[in-house]
Design a protein around this ligand. Structure first.
Ligand code: PGA
Length: 251
């Protein structure tokens, strides 16, 4: 059976207390609009996690954008998966390319973070993706599958892990791969998951991320083995995000 799609918003370092209005607007869209055949997730900054978790309706899950590998201790400025759970969140993004690039996070570290997420009974969204030079040199699949292999722990299940394929060059640039290119990478990830986890490999959700917007969502989401989206910029405004969720509404 095809995994149920997930449309996830990654707010990155955006959002103030006043942004709760967007959460409320999204709640109304989901309640009043046609039912969408997907799960919906918002990942605000840490400062808004508990506010959003308390305010969100049952239609919207809340997640964090990163966590530390340890549960607690002398790690100034860091946040643990236990704290995230305590704040009421259900998901944690790990290994986003901005973390890998800005904070030098390796796939080995990302795997440790995913384990920390699972230890709290939360779902990890493990991000992978090639740079533009990887793609130009024909190394997309090698890089992406290498990250999948090294970033995902052995003990995962489709219930606690989501994979997000985000080509680094497509993030925040307005550029996207073709549907064929997306399908090629997603199918390769699917095959790697099946090879490693057997039949369960078919049940993992594999999200596409990178410049998803209302105008291209339906097409990108139609690609083989795409089970939803991880959305940055276009998730900040409820009307745009709802327009992406439309890809999972009958029209
Ligand atoms: P974007 O970001 O939608 O703004 O390209 C996607 C992401 O980084 O998750």
């Amino acid at each position: 059976m095809k995994p149920k799609a997930l449309v996830a918003g990654n707010w990155k370092m955006n959002g103030l207390a006043s942004s709760q209005a967007e959460l409320e607007a999204l709640t109304h869209y989901l309640k009043d609009g046609a039912k969408a055949d997907c799960d919906v997730l918002i990942c605000p900054p840490f400062t808004l996690l508990s506010v959003f978790a308390n305010a969100a309706s049952d239609d919207i899950a809340i997640g964090a954008q990163d966590c530390h590998t340890q549960t607690s201790g002398a790690h100034t400025g860091d946040i643990s998966a236990e704290m995230i759970k305590d704040a009421g969140a259900a998901f944690v993004i790990v290994g986003h390319s901005e973390r890998r690039a800005d904070h030098g996070e390796s796939s080995v570290l990302v795997q440790e973070k995913a384990k920390a997420v699972h230890a709290q009974g939360l779902q990890a969204i493990v991000c992978v993706g090639e740079t533009e030079s990887d793609r130009d040199s024909g190394n997309t699949l090698t890089v992406v599958l290498g990250q999948v292999e090294a970033s995902i722990p052995d003990e995962v299940t489709p219930e606690n892990t989501v994979v997000a394929y985000e080509p680094v060059w497509a993030i925040g640039t307005g550029r996207t791969p073709t549907v064929e290119d997306v399908a090629e990478v997603h199918t390769a990830i699917r095959e790697a998951l099946v090879q490693r986890f057997g039949d369960a490999g078919n049940e993992f959700r594999i999200l596409y991320g990178g410049s998803v917007k209302p105008s291209n969502a339906r097409e990108l989401m139609s690609a083989d083995n795409v089970n939803g989206a991880l959305v940055g910029g276009a998730s900040l405004k409820a009307s745009d995000f709802n327009g992406i969720i439309d890809a999972y509404r009958n029209r």
